[in-house]
Design a binder for this molecule. Structure first.
Ligand code: NAI
Ligand code: MG
Length: 336
C-alpha cells in the first residue's frame, strides 16, 4: 500500500481529483490517499496557502498528486507550485506529449517526452532595477553544473529505461554562451556515457520551428527552465492542449504529479472539467511507483473511451458528456 498525498486544490480541482482517484481505485491501484490542503481555499480557511501539515505530509510520504491551485494576480501570495518545487528540489519537470485517438489535431504520431530543468535559468525571476526611475530592469539567469548534470542525466536515464532512441538538447549557446553554453557542454559530456542513444542539439528558435514542421522527429527533449516552459506548452498544443497532457516534478527525495492547466474558475462546480490531464499525471505516478502495467491498462481504457465513446467525453474535447460520464465510461471498461 502506497501513501500518496492528495491535494485537490482550487476551482475544478475537487472534481478532477475525485475522478482520478475513482479511476485509480477502480483499476485496483494499491493507494491510500492522504488528503491535504493548499492554495486559495487553504488560504481562506487556514490563513496560509501552504499549510505546514501539507509540507510535513509530503516530507513523510514523498509523493503527491496535486490539483490546480489558484494564484492571485499581482498582490497576494506567491505561486505555491513554484514554492513546492523549490522546497523539495523537484529539479525534473517531465512533460510527455503523445498523439491521442480521436482528438482534434493536425498532427499525428507525436510521441515526445520533454525534460525541463525546474529550479534555475532565467525563469527564477532574479530581477532588479538598475536605476531609481525604474526605466531600466535586468534579469539574471542562473545555470550550474550540478543542476544541469542532474536534469540531463535524468533525461538520458529515462530514454534508456524506456527504450527511447534519441535525446535532443535545446539551448541558445550561440548567444548565451556562458549559461546555456554550459548546459550544452555538459549535455555533450553526458551523452558519451550513452552510446546507444542518439544525441543532437538544436538552438531554441530553430527547435520551435522544427517542432511545428515535423514533431515526429523528436523523442526525448531536455532543456533549461524558460525554454522548457515554452516548448512544453508547444508540445502539448501538438496533441490537443493542456487538458490532455500530464506532468511530473521529480527530485531525488520527492515527486509531485500535477496537471499543467489552472483551476478553471469559469467552469468550476459545473461538472464540465476534463480530468484527463490529471489522470495522465497520475499514470506517470504509477510508473514512478513501478506499476507500468497498471498505468498502461488505464491508458488503454482512456483511449477506448476517446475512440468509441466520444459522446461520454467532456465538451472541451468534442464530447457531449460531463466529468462524471467520462469517469464512468473509463471505470466501466476497467471493470470488464
Ligand atoms: P486555466 O487553465 O485555469 O483555464 C484556461 C481555460 O481552459 C479556461 O477556459 C478553462 O475553462 C479551460 N480549462 C482548463 N482546464 C480545463 C479542464 N481540465 N477541463 C476543461 N477545461 C479546462 O487558466 P487560467 O484561467 O489562466 O488560470 C486560472 C487560475 O489557475 C489562476 O489563478 C492561475 O494562477 C491558476 N493556475 C494554476 C496552475 C497550477 O496550479 N498548476 C497552472 C495555471 C494556472
Ligand atoms: Mg507553463
Amino acid at each position: 500500500m502506497h501513501n500518496i498525498v492528495l491535494i485537490p486544490g482550487d476551482g475544478i480541482g475537487k472534481e478532477i481529483t475525485k475522478s482520478v482517484t475513482t479511476i485509480l481505485d477502480t483499476a485496483g491501484a494499491d493507494i491510500n490517499w492522504v488528503e491535504c490542503k493548499a492554495g486559495e481555499g487553504a488560504n481562506n480557511e487556514l490563513g496560509t496557502p501552504l499549510p505546514e501539515e501539507t509540507i510535513e505530509a509530503i516530507k513523510k510520504h514523498r509523493i503527491a498528486l496535486k490539483g490546480p491551485l489558484t494564484t492571485p494576480v499581482g498582490a497576494g501570495f506567491r505561486s505555491i507550485n513554484v514554492a513546492l518545487r523549490q522546497q523539495f528540489n523537484l529539479y525534473s519537470n517531465i512533460r510527455p506529449a503523445r498523439s491521442l485517438p480521436n482528438i482534434d489535431s493536425p498532427f499525428r504520431g507525436v510521441d515526445i517526452v520533454l525534460f525541463r530543468e525546474n529550479t534555475q535559468g532565467l525563469y527564477i525571476g532574479k530581477e532588479h532595477w538598475v536605476d531609481k526611475e525604474e526605466k531600466h530592469a535586468e534579469s539574471i539567469a542562473v545555470v550550474t553544473r550540478d543542476a544541469s548534470e542532474k536534469i540531463i542525466t535524468a533525461a538520458f536515464e529515462y530514454a534508456k529505461k524506456h527504450g527511447r532512441k534519441k535525446v535532443t538538447l535545446v539551448h541558445k549557446a550561440n548567444i548565451l554562451k556562458l549559461t546555456t553554453g554550459l548546459f550544452l557542454k555538459i549535455g555533450k559530456e553526458i551523452a558519451v556515457n550513452y552510446p546507444e542513444i542518439e544525441f543532437e542539439d538544436l538552438i531554441v528558435d530553430n527547435m520551435a520551428m522544427q517542432m511545428v514542421l515535423k514533431p515526429q522527429q523528436f523523442d526525448v527533449i531536455v532543456t533549461t527552465n524558460l525554454f522548457g516552459d515554452i516548448l512544453s506548452d508547444l508540445a502539448s498544443g501538438l496533441v490537443g492542449g493542456l487538458g490532455v497532457t500530464g506532468a511530473a516534478n521529480i527530485g531525488d527525495d520527492a515527486a509531485m504529479f500535477e496537471a499543467v492547466h489552472g483551476s478553471a474558475p469559469d467552469i468550476a462546480g459545473k461538472g464540465l472539467a476534463n480530468p484527463t490531464a490529471l489522470l495522465f499525471s497520475a499514470l506517470m505516478m504509477l510508473e514512478y511507483l513501478d506499476q507500468p502495467k497498471l498505468a498502461e491498462k488505464i491508458r488503454a481504457a482512456v483511449y477506448t473511451v476517446l475512440q468509441d465513446h466520444k459522446e461520454d467525453c467532456t465538451k472541451d474535447i468534442g464530447g457531449e458528456g460531463t466529468t462524471q460520464t467520462y469517469t464512468d465510461a473509463i471505470c466501466n471498461i476497467l471493470k470488464d
